[in-house]
Design a protein around this ligand. Structure first.
Ligand code: PLP
Length: 361
């Protein structure tokens, strides 16, 4: 298995730092924020004993997750529809492990999150990467189907572009999925990092398709808890049971203390996600304003997420000659672009963009 591109870039940035070089880091993949005080208190209260949690996750947490989903969307999830996983990442990994056999094909719209293709390949299945600008359409999906297609992975809100799918667009994709008997993994880990009052539509909102959709959620971005490693797989009970069985033979589930902190996050979900969203919105706006000041033209402001995805020929050169860390478009299946995270501090943004301007001179 190839190591993750974002991991390799972070390692290179650390190497430069160790040499005493000032690094301009646009590589962050999570909101760079202190834990909300509610989470700190929950962590303190959780100290003292550390038993295994049930493999499926703490029952109270699974209940809260189902309630959180049902409150936001037109869904009717129960505890049995939820597995707590080690980050959203393990939920995707587990689902692909269970769904795929050698030779199967998986549709992945690009730009795509860095890990999907390699997760598919480790099952000797084939990622079918579809270039989009920037949304998958039913026509594109249909044109790439074959008798071997088993799964569609859709990332909404999308990392790295920030695009959001409408209800009509999702419904049209689900109709094609139904016709072709595809299972859909809907990666929604940025569901709460949506700006300007835009509404986020989840694949969980379609009762008619609930048996073919697995939602991947996470505390990493929505509650700025990446290092606690808590995610959720939410979907049909038979699929959740299989994920739990796989966990019982691999991770044994997520750490108990992290689950207790996640429970506090979900009980206060609106307050904590607002804290994260409001702060990221400030940084998004500061980034866009600084971008316009530095380069003399306005960028397209992403409606969700933590990133600006832009055309750029030489992100590797930018790292090696100007010490600016970005994630090259190749990692997302879209060469000729790079991803800049605005989740760092405002000061970092200003210095980093100036370093890019100087590199381009
Ligand atoms: N999906 C997407 C689109 C992501 O950007 C990430 C993290 O970068 C993940 C899933 C996995 O997140 P985690 O495992 O931290 O929940």
């Amino acid at each position: 298995m190839k190591p993750s591109a974002t991991g390799l870039i972070a390692a290179r940035a650390n190497q430069l730092r160790e040499q005493g070089i000032e690094v301009h880091d646009f590589g962050a993949g999570d909101p760079v924020l202190p834990n909300h005080p509610i989470l700190i208190q929950a962590a303190q209260e959780a100290l003292g004993s550390s038993p295994y949690a049930p493999t499926a996750g703490l029952t109270e947490l699974r209940e809260e997750v189902a309630a959180w989903m049902n409150r936001r969307y037109d869904s009717a999830f129960k505890t049995e529809n939820v597995a707590v996983t080690v980050g959203g990442k393990f939920g995707i990994f587990a689902a692909l492990n269970l769904l795929l056999e050698e030779g199967d094909e998986v549709i992945i719209p690009a730009p795509h999150w860095v890990s999907y293709p390699e997760m598919v390949r480790q099952k000797k299945a084939e990622p079918i990467i579809i270039q989009t600008r920037w949304k998958l359409t039913p026509e594109l999906l249909e044109a790439h189907l074959s008798p071997k297609t088993r799964v569609l992975i859709l990332n909404n809100a999308c990392n790295p572009t920030g695009v959001l799918y409408t209800k009509e667009e999702l419904e049209a994709l689900l109709k094609v999925a139904e016709k072709a008997n595809l299972f859909v993994i809907s990666d929604e880990v940025y569901s709460e990092i949506v700006y300007d009052g835009a509404s986020f539509v989840s694949m969980a909102s379609f009762e008619a398709h609930k048996n073919r959709v697995l939602i991947i959620e996470s505390c990493s971005k929505n509650f700025a808890m990446a290092g606690w490693r808590i995610g959720f797989a939410i979907g049909p009970e038979n699929m959740i049971e299989k994920i739990i069985a796989l966990q019982s033979q691999s991770t044994s589930g997520a750490p108990t203390i992290s689950q207790k902190v996640a429970l506090a996050a979900l009980k206060n979900a609106d307050e904590i996600s607002s804290y994260v969203r409001d702060e990221m919105d400030l940084r998004r706006k500061a980034f866009a304003a600084q971008f316009a000041k530095t380069f003399g033209f306005e960028m397209t402001i992403p409606p969700s997420g933590l990133y600006h995805f832009m055309e750029f020929k030489d992100p590797e050169g930018l790292l090696e000659s100007a010490n600016v860390v970005t994630v090259p478009g190749e990692a997302f299946g879209t060469p000729g672009y790079m991803r800049l995270s605005f989740a760092g501090t405002v000061g970092d943004i200003k210095k980093g963009l100036e370093a890019i301007r100087l590199f381009l001179l």
